[in-house]
Design a protein around this ligand. Sequence first.
Ligand SMILES: Cc1cc2nc3c(=O)[nH]c(=O)nc-3n(C[C@H](O)[C@H](O)[C@H](O)COP(=O)(O)OP(=O)(O)OC[C@H]3O[C@@H](n4cnc5c(N)ncnc54)[C@H](O)[C@@H]3O)c2cc1C
Length: 456
Amino acid sequence: MTTTPDIAPLTRLASGCEVHLPGSAGYDAARTPWNLAVDQRPAAVAVPRTVEQVQDVVRAAAAAGLRVAPQSTGHGAAALGELELGGVVIVRLSELTGVTVDADTRTARVVGGTLWQDVVAAASSYGMTALHGSAPDVAVAGFVLGGGLSFYGRQHGLAANAVTAIEIVTGEGALRRASATESPDLFWAVRGGGGNFGVVVAIELELLPHADVYAGMLLWDRERAPEVVPAWVAWTRTAPESATTSLRVMSFPPLPELPPFLSGRDLVVIDGAVLESDDDAAALLAPLRALAPEMDTFGRIPATALLEVHMDPPGPSPAVADHSVLGSLDAAGVEVFLEQVGPGTRTGLLAAELRHLGGALARPDARGGALSAIPGEYALFCVAMAPEPQAAVAGRAAAFGVVRALSAWSRANLVPTFTETRVDSSRFYDGEDWAALCRARDVADPNRVFVANHGL
Ligand SMILES: Cc1cc2nc3c(=O)[nH]c(=O)nc-3n(C[C@H](O)[C@H](O)[C@H](O)COP(=O)(O)OP(=O)(O)OC[C@H]3O[C@@H](n4cnc5c(N)ncnc54)[C@H](O)[C@@H]3O)c2cc1C
């Protein structure tokens, strides 16, 4: 029998934090995550504007016997949405934002729910950038706490490794700072351990000394996939760490809001960044350009423009996805990939992506946290648009079908930020790290106040 949680303490918060309860006017808007396919129905959604309000919400929730799910944007809401959230308060960090750059130490201090686009813009004023992902409106918090794969990643490693300190509200409502010298166990755990340890209200991270970057995309009709896919896979085997790229087979519906080169088309697209001089980058890309793409946007661009290269959706969207990490792909693996998504197939997917891993992404960092490297050669990510529930069922099946077809090439591990379903989260970590992470959670959150999209 379920009991109705007593949410009265939340409505009496001394600090006046905005709290939306089921049935109230703002509840539906507040509970809606970036991923519109996720129908999360929590006991309440709190939208704090100060750290004190975060502390009050956590204390009030715990006093009411409710659990707390930190959420910045809801880009990663799919796995959380699989849970029954009737006893959970979502703490949405969208109004607790801000970024300060320290040019001397080449670091940024990023408040709770700040988006990557704001960090990249602030860093660019000083000729720097950061280990952001492909989309401008992903929050720094969920990205770095789950590892974080950037187009600078093969050279500079996981984004989590660039974090130098965090400030976090714990299950008792206390504000703690963790770094290599302050609460080092907590600092280790949170870098990879996601939202299981508290509400992160600030992150300090190292910036990168790049004002501009050689980046862009190459695009062909999908009919060319049988040439392009094996050529890119062969190219990745010898590509230097300075190059981080992705290959996607994409299908776009005919929509007037899409540019003609995308609307109604099936395509193969290679994109990413190359941290080399113009001449060296051009020489490196020459074998791919020799395949005569119909569009080639690679060139030197301001570092801020790298956020647009991957053509991620410009705003909240309904999507379902599946994922695996692949080891090396031989000719048979490439053939299976093409059988699944190549010319003539009707996949129902928006994209089947192979994100190149390796390089610094695969090297554990001695100064890093619970997740400091991702073993494997490629992250496979298959995504379908799901504007209504039936499309979500079909999209999940389509995405799973491609992942399953490539199971002979897949590894046991998964990338947290690419995982959109509840899985056995020991698959994200090295076995000993997993056990240490669970012990760290027992110390940091013994009452299990926090609920993350990927639980421990
Ligand atoms: C269009 C798109 C492009 C993407 N591109 C990339 C990419 O290039 N590389 C990559 O690695 N990933 C990528 N992702 C995945 C993305 O990084 C993850 O979904 C990430 O978790 C999103 O973080 P968020 O805070 O915006 O999302 P949320 O859904 O708000 O957060 C996800 C989880 O992170 C934790 N969390 C978030 N904020 C806090 C906080 N303040 N305190 C404590 N815990 C918190 C919580 O456990 C939460 O459930 C992409 C996703 C999308 C939809």
